[in-house]
Ligand binder design. Structure first.
Ligand code: CTP
Length: 427
């Protein structure tokens, strides 16, 4: 494959319909967070899902069925006595068609009703009547911090989780009531990420994945430094995909402004030395190490303590450089990495940012770094972009992942990595 074949095309950022073919019941119970459900509904539809909204009477106090009908493109159901269905059994019909029932917001009272198996109106009735194996129940709690912390709520949450509901987290922050604490509903985009993750197969369940991402910044003085054009997008997409695939993920990120993928533990670093220390520390607990970071090869030999000033003579500062440690090579030299493919070993994946001769360079780099899998890409064609193409080089040969969004490539790469891991051992 030549470099041109790997040039990303100028497509806009991925708008892939990740929920295409999914039919969801979106339930709203009463709470100020109902306004977020409107945006959430829109995002679900944009992601390709068909959405049937069901609201409680209390939810109708916060947002109208008209708004939710406009956003979902379907008439909203509120009453269990709604005569529209031919058999007058909305609770049966709606739950039989759904791939999942997502209740957002799920109020304290609604969760209490579920915990007791109550069915006083359509939404809890539908949850109770749904075939639990075919239509899983996801709950996005939303309530005041005192209600959230109350032992009764916590007891009810444990009960509904034990009964099979998938309870999403809550956020910490300012609440509609003016108080501050736990209990805010997740934002619409976070809920979408959770729903997509929920539907993703889990080939990395029980594995711990460590990812480095982004550039590093090597200080010259307190206000200047050298860095590179890496955006971190590929590494962040891989961290997200690994988490969706069931892994516990730690992301060691250089200086980038990207949001942390849901459920990923992020460690922010600045320099290559910081990144090296963080990666070595976290590698001890990892099963897979994926080095996507564009680590600066060199750093100024000594960063000046104060800003280097012009002296008016036209003289330029002489900068001396020293080489940074090779993070990937050092992790790959750890005894657990060397023991690959023995059970319990650490599987190391390197990236190669090249400007030409991708296959030859990737093969050479794989041997030099001593890693089982090396992923090649054309650096100038991918830095900062949303699309890329990858070339996977391992002992069996080379596999091309053709041009696609970094999101799609990350999911494919994670599947390729999962396929190469030995069957998980009992810990
Ligand atoms: N890498 C690293 N630490 C470094 C340099 C690179 O962990 N100090 C990792 C990168 O994260 C990537 C792989 O090594 O996974 C290859 O990085 P790349 O920049 O392509 O290659 P280099 O090793 O820097 O070699 P060269 O610049 O000569 O191509």
């Amino acid at each position: 494959m030549n470099a041109t074949a790997l040039l990303p095309d100028p497509l806009p950022a991925s708008s892939a319909a990740e929920l295409a073919g999914r039919h969801l019941v979106l339930g709203l119970s009463g709470g100020a967070a109902c306004f977020k459900a409107a945006e959430f509904c829109r995002l679900l539809v944009k992601a390709g899902a068909t959405v049937q909204v069901v609201m409680t009477e209390a939810a109708c106090q916060f947002i109208t069925p008209v708004a939710m009908q406009a956003l979902s493109g379907r008439p909203v159901y509120v009453s269990q006595w709604d005569a529209r269905p031919g058999n007058n059994m909305a609770h049966i019909n709606l739950s039989r068609e759904a791939d999942a029932v997502v209740v957002a917001p799920a109020s304290a009272d609604f969760i209490a009703q579920l915990a007791q198996g109550r069915a006083g109106e359509l939404l809890p009735l539908l949850c109770l009547a749904r075939p639990a194996d075919k239509a899983p129940l996801l709950l996005a709690p939303a309530m005041n911090r005192e209600m959230w912390a109350h032992p009764a709520t916590q007891r009810n949450l444990r009960q509904v989780a034990q009964d099979g509901a998938h309870v999403l987290g809550v956020a910490h922050g300012a609440q509609a009531c003016g108080e501050f604490g736990d209990g805010r509903m997740l934002e619409a985009g976070e809920l979408l990420e959770e729903v997509i993750a929920f539907f993703t197969p889990k080939p990395l369940a029980g594995r711990r994945v460590l990812v480095t991402a982004g550039p590093t910044f090597e200080a010259i003085d307190p206000v200047r430094g050298i860095t590179n054009l890496s955006s971190g997008k590929m590494g962040f997409a891989i961290a997200r995909a690994a988490r969706e695939a069931g892994a516990g993920v730690t992301l060691v990120a250089g200086p980038v402004g990207l949001p942390t993928p849901r459920g990923v533990a992020r460690v922010d670093v600045v320099s290559a030395l910081d990144m090296h220390a963080a990666a070595m520390r976290h590698a001890a607990q990892a099963d897979v190490f994926i080095a996507t970071a564009a680590v600066a090869d060199w750093r100024p030999a000594a960063a000046a303590a104060h800003k280097i000033k012009k002296d008016g003579s036209g003289a330029v500062p002489a900068l001396a450089f020293v080489e940074n440690p090779d993070i990937l090579a050092d992790v790959a030299r750890l005894p657990r990495a060397q023991s690959w493919p023995q059970p319990g070993a650490l599987y190391c994946v390197g990236f190669a940012a090249e400007s030409q001769d991708l296959l030859a360079n990737a093969q050479a780099k794989r041997a030099r770094k001593g890693v089982p899998l090396l992923v090649g890409n054309i650096g100038p064609a991918t830095f900062g972009k949303d699309h890329n193409a990858l070339l996977l080089v391992d002992e069996a040969g080379a596999t091309e992942l053709p041009r696609a969004s970094k999101r799609q490539l990350a999911r494919q790469l994670v599947a390729e990595i999962a396929r190469r891991l030995p069957v998980a051992q009992e810990r």
